[in-house]
Design a protein around this ligand. Structure first.
Ligand SMILES: *Cc1c(COP(=O)(O)O)cnc(C)c1O
Length: 379
């Protein structure tokens, strides 16, 4: 019997990954900005690039305020704290997501309440939120999964009817649109991540985006040790050190110059997959009200039926130099996030879903080779 290999073991066997999942595009401009920041001596969290990056990124999203920080998870933590969420509170989150929102809720002492996702586009299902609301529920975190926006109108209605805050997790959706407007301004506050494989990167990094002046000011205090802005070394609240460095912001500013070309490339890649894969696969769609920026083109493989067949499929792809990743596991299946309830859509999407190589640098020839491998291994 063939031994099943894990991703890491495969790497040790020096199987060359020819088509990685998502690599950043770093140009001469990033290098120049970074060296300028370096040469200025402002290598820590003061320096001109930080406020520039905050201003330009928030303007790109179409919001008043941007507060940079160390990473997307820290941004989520700050967003929850800024809204006053803590012990005894409950926060609605989707059952399929990267783990950050669940962890951030737990950092505050609040409890994540899991809700199943829509079977078509895999975002938080607006019709399943209300049944999970209790007198302790304070907020909804929506996650625009893999670049596809959530259906914000009905979600906003539920939030309004029940007096709940909305936090948008846009870590995978820089530039995605809901009804013609960029995500990031449909709630009280939103967060972005600039991890290396996201749409734009600062190495590690994150940002809160908001139109609310008080959220802006309190998150600035919280990210800077809780220090009073008017009285140095005076602390009225407990804070954190969640500051971004000038070096990171310098890279981010350069990345922002090219964000539209990255989005265009991601959409071109998704289109290629959707035209060239067989009926055994279906790609995450783009609903008529949405602009999906296809951070990672993600497919369901209908020939798969469970986690082990999926893992075998991923290993077969890897042997051919194609790196694919499994869709996130449903949170309710993992020990720290166990929740009651049934989540049929999450389970199915997670069992047969995978992310495909989606780097902006992929050429038609690369994509042709990847599709060929996918189809061949499936048959
Ligand atoms: C990447 C990501 C984050 C945060 O990522 P960091 O690595 O902390 O910057 C949060 N939510 C989602 C959905 C993500 O994909």
């Amino acid at each position: 019997m063939e031994k099943q290999l894990l991703e890491g073991e495969m790497m040790e066997q020096e199987i060359r990954i020819k088509y990685p999942i998502a690599q950043p595009t770093l140009t001469e401009l990033e290098r120049r900005n970074l060296m300028e920041a370096f040469d200025s001596g402002w290598i820590s969290s003061k320096g001109q690039y930080i406020s520039k990056f905050e201003e330009e990124f928030s303007a790109y999203i179409g919001a008043e305020y941007g507060i940079s920080c160390t990473n997307g998870t820290a941004a989520l933590h700050l967003a929850l704290l800024a809204l006053g969420i803590g012990k005894g509170d409950e926060v609605i989150i989707p059952n399929i997501t990267f783990v950050s929102p669940a962890n951030a809720v737990l950092y505050t002492g609040a409890k994540p309440t899991l809700v199943d996702v829509d079977e078509q586009y895999w975002g938080l299902d607006p019709n399943r939120i209300e049944e999970k609301i209790t007198s302790h529920t304070k907020a909804i975190i929506v996650v625009h999964l893999y670049g596809h926006p959530c259906d914000m109108d009905p979600i906003r209605k539920v939030a309004e009817n029940n007096g709940l805050f909305i936090i948008e997790d846009c870590a995978e959706a820089h530039g995605a649109e809901y009804k013609g407007k960029k995500v990031g301004t449909f709630g009280d506050v939103s967060i972005f991540s600039f991890y290396a494989n996201k749409i734009i990167t600062t190495g590690e990094g994150g940002m809160l985006i908001t139109n609310e002046e008080h959220i802006d000011s309190i998150s600035r205090v919280l990210r800077d040790h809780g220090m009073s802005p008017n009285k140095k070394y005076w602390h009225d609240i407990i804070g954190y050190n969640y500051r971004m460095t000038n070096l990171q912001a310098a890279i981010g500013l350069a990345q922002l110059r090219n964000i539209n070309s990255y989005i265009k490339a991601k959409r071109r890649i998704a289109k290629y997959y959707s035209r060239n894969l067989t009926k055994a696969f279906s790609i995450q769609p783009e609903m008529q009200w949405a602009k999906n920026i296809y951070w990672l083109t993600t497919i369901l493989n209908f020939k798969l039926s469970n986690y082990s067949s999926r893992d075998n499929f991923i290993n077969e792809l890897l042997k051919n130099g194609v790196e694919a990743r499994p869709v996130f596991y449903p949170l309710n299946q993992m020990p720290p996030y166990r929740n009651s309830g049934k989540f049929p859509n999450s389970v199915r999407i997670s069992q047969i879903g995978l992310n495909l190589p989606s780097s902006p640098s992929l050429t038609e020839r690369d994509l042709e080779a990847i599709c060929y491998t996918l189809v061949e291994i499936t048959e």
